[in-house]
Ligand binder design. Structure first.
Ligand code: NDP
Ligand code: GDR
Length: 321
């Protein structure tokens, strides 16, 4: 019998890659989508036309616990992936309580919905390298957390809720502590996509400059398509656990600009303007993951280099016009 998976945040970057991966593996996939006045499912359009039989979307919200119980009770998933979140760090400073509710308490609501529904599904929580905040690199599963934003504080709550449900109720609940991962489907206000869209707009004569914040921040950037495979692998293990997924290589925002503009034949220094509007009240300076545990225990490894990632994103945005 085909396995059934439930994905919250299915309309997001990771949700779309994970849905694709699970459909390829023969899963029946149920995705939770929010109601909005305009339909926001562009990342799923290609799947809906190809795999209509196995992809099912249901209205739901991490703020609506009874709706979550209903979906779990009705479709009886074998695996639940909680990818839904207010996922933008800078915006979390503008919406701290809302972010806490959706990104933090939302995970607890989903865990409790599974418990109330009597679900024995395996559970994946989208935890984040933002948990490490100001703790110096390299960061691994044993590195202390020091969150630096309302988003990271909310993710800390969700991380421990996942550990707590594992310890309290014996749930197969795992945290993937994922370092930044990007793709042509990345939201346009995250720095990588903002840069690659900016390059395309300049090439196509739609813009003359690109305004950014802190160029010195360093991140361990990988390709989202590689990381969803790691999520799946975590739920295939006999025992639930917490794993870092990262490339083990860090680059600055400045280096990202250099490669992205360079790939389009442009000198980034002529176009990038530093605008304090994009500085954060507290910054995370340097994230560099140590993925040894995932490599040895899950046999997971990223396949896409930093340069391949940047050029893939620039090419996609140039082609999109
Ligand atoms: P996105 O922002 O692209 O997607 C977030 C998803 O959550 C969207 O589908 C969004 O729906 C949905 N969502 C937001 N609020 C709610 C809500 N109240 N109820 C139900 N769904 C909601 O994020 P990514 O795909 O990049 O990331 C996936 C997860 O992984 C997130 O939890 C993120 O915090 C975490 N993460 C991401 C990393 C990364 O580098 N990408 C690294 C580490 C962790 P809608 O389309 O309607 O807005
Ligand atoms: P991050 O991603 O905060 O790491 O969170 P983002 O791309 O927003 O920022 C990365 C770094 O770039 C700096 N920066 C800018 N950022 C944005 N968004 N816009 C700018 O103009 C800009 N200029 C410089 C930032 O200050 C920061 O240092 C992402 C999200 O996907 C989270 O959900 C996830 O948990 C973490 O990655 C791991």
């Amino acid at each position: 019998m085909a396995k059934t998976a439930l994905i919250t945040g299915v309309s997001g970057q990771d949700g779309s890659y994970l849905a694709e991966l699970l459909l390829d593996k023969g899963y029946e996939v149920h995705g939770v989508v929010r109601r909005s006045s305009s339909v926001t499912r562009s990342r799923l359009d290609h799947l809906q036309s190809e795999n209509l039989e196995d992809l099912h979307l249901h209205y739901g919200d991490l703020g609506d616990p009874l709706g979550l119980v209903r979906i779990i009770d009705r479709y009886g998933p074998d695996e639940v992936y909680n990818l839904a979140a207010q996922s933008h760090v800078a915006i979390s400073f503008q919406q701290p309580e809302y972010t806490g509710d959706v990104t933090g308490v939302g995970a607890m609501r989903l865990l409790e919905a599974m418990r109330v529904a009597g679900s024995e599904a395996r559970f994946y929580q989208a935890s984040s390298s933002e948990l490490y905040g100001s703790t110096p690199p390299p960061q691994s599963e044993v590195t202390p957390f020091h969150p630096r934003s309302p988003y990271a504080v909310a993710k800390l709550y969700a991380f421990w809720a996942t550990v707590n449900y594992r310890e309290s109720y014996g749930m197969h609940a795992s945290n993937g502590i994922l370092f930044n991962h990007e793709s042509p489907r990345r939201g346009e206000n995250f720095v990588t996509r903002k840069i690659t869209r900016g390059v395309a707009d300049i090439v196509h004569g739609k813009a003359t400059e690109l305004r950014l914040g802190n160029l010195d921040a360093k991140r361990d950037w990988g390709f989202a398509g590689d990381y969803v495979e790691g999520m799946w692998l975590m739920l295939q293990q006999g025992t639930p656990d917490d794993y870092v997924l990262a490339t083990g290589e860090a680059h600055s925002v400045r280096e990202f600009c250099e490669i992205a503009f360079g790939h389009a034949g442009l000198d980034w220094e002529q176009y990038v303007v530093v605008d304090p509007e994009f500085f954060r009240p507290a910054e995370v300076d340097y994230l560099l993951g140590d993925p040894t545990k995932a490599r040895t225990e899950l046999s997971w490894k990223p396949t896409t280099s930093f340069e391949q990632l940047v050029t893939m994103m620039v090419d996609a945005d140039l082609a999109a016009g």
